[in-house]
Write a protein that binds this ligand. Structure first.
Ligand code: SF4
Ligand code: FES
Length: 241
């Protein structure tokens, strides 16, 4: 077991857990955006920063969702530096997606009242990577990825060509916090606009709804509940962040 203190509270936790898991298991709230319990942590949004305090070195900020618990660590989750950093991150996120309810709620929680940056869009991609990881880790496909560098980073299918591996399951739509990925019913067919394959949509034998391609009716591409049995992940968790 590992022993550490979080907000002066002594905590014991099994090896291999992250600081975020230690906080959550001990009722300490840390805001998150790109974290999902069913996915590997990615450390993209930086909202979950906490401060590590040392006797003989300067304190530093680390993302709680990716930082492993270590013996003797002293962690602060609500210090002045932590709050200042989270507010700045939120301002940047708001500039990219200022009408996204989840981000708006986080801004209220953290007391962000003004945005000092130029507003880009009400709901653009914030590059949290949830859709990409869900496609790969939950659905078992790699229909989309984060491409480009710097300002031109974006989520897209390989070579920006409609992906033939997309099964139109909609997991990316479900998990995206900004709602930038949409499924639309067009002539009773469900078309996934951003990442869809060119395959003719057909009825899914499992749910009866139109889906996005011949691959959708073949195992192992069942809905999330069935996927959760395969992956031993709790299906409730697939819907929850
Ligand atoms: S499309 Fe949505 S889920 Fe995917 S990276 Fe952008 S904001 Fe995140
Ligand atoms: S939740 Fe930890 S970096 Fe996003």
């Amino acid at each position: 077991m590992i022993e550490l203190t979080i907000d002066n509270k002594p905590i014991e936790i099994a090896e291999g857990r992250t600081l975020l898991e230690a906080c959550r298991e001990n009722g300490i709230h840390v805001p998150t955006l790109c974290y999902h319990p069913a996915l590997k942590p990615y450390g993209a949004c930086r909202l979950c920063v906490v401060e590590l305090v040392f006797k003989d070195a300067e304190a530093c900020l680390v993302p709680a969702c990716t930082y492993p618990c270590k013996d003797g660590l002293a962690v602060r989750t609500n210090s002045k530096a932590v709050k200042k950093n989270r507010r700045l991150t939120l301002e940047l996120l708001l500039a990219s997606a200022y009408e996204t309810p989840e981000i708006f709620t986080l801004a209220e929680e953290l007391g962000v009242e003004e945005i000092r940056f130029k507003l880009h869009q009400a709901d653009s991609c914030i590059l949290c990577g949830l859709c990409v990881r869900a496609c790969s880790e939950i659905v078992g496909k790699e229909a989309i990825s984060i491409t480009g560098r710097g300002m031109s980073k974006e989520v897209s299918p390989p070579f920006k060509v409609a992906s033939s591996t997309c099964i139109g399951c909609g997991t990316c739509v479900l998990i995206c916090p900004t709602g930038i990925i949409n499924l639309e019913d067009v002539y009773s067919r469900r078309i996934e606009h951003v990442f869809s394959s060119d395959d003719e949509p057909i009825l899914c034998k499992l749910c009866g709804e139109s889906s996005a391609g011949p691959y959708a009716i073949q195992p192992p591409e069942p809905p999330l509940e069935i996927l959760s049995e395969d992956t031993l992940k709790n299906s409730d968790e697939l819907y929850r962040r």
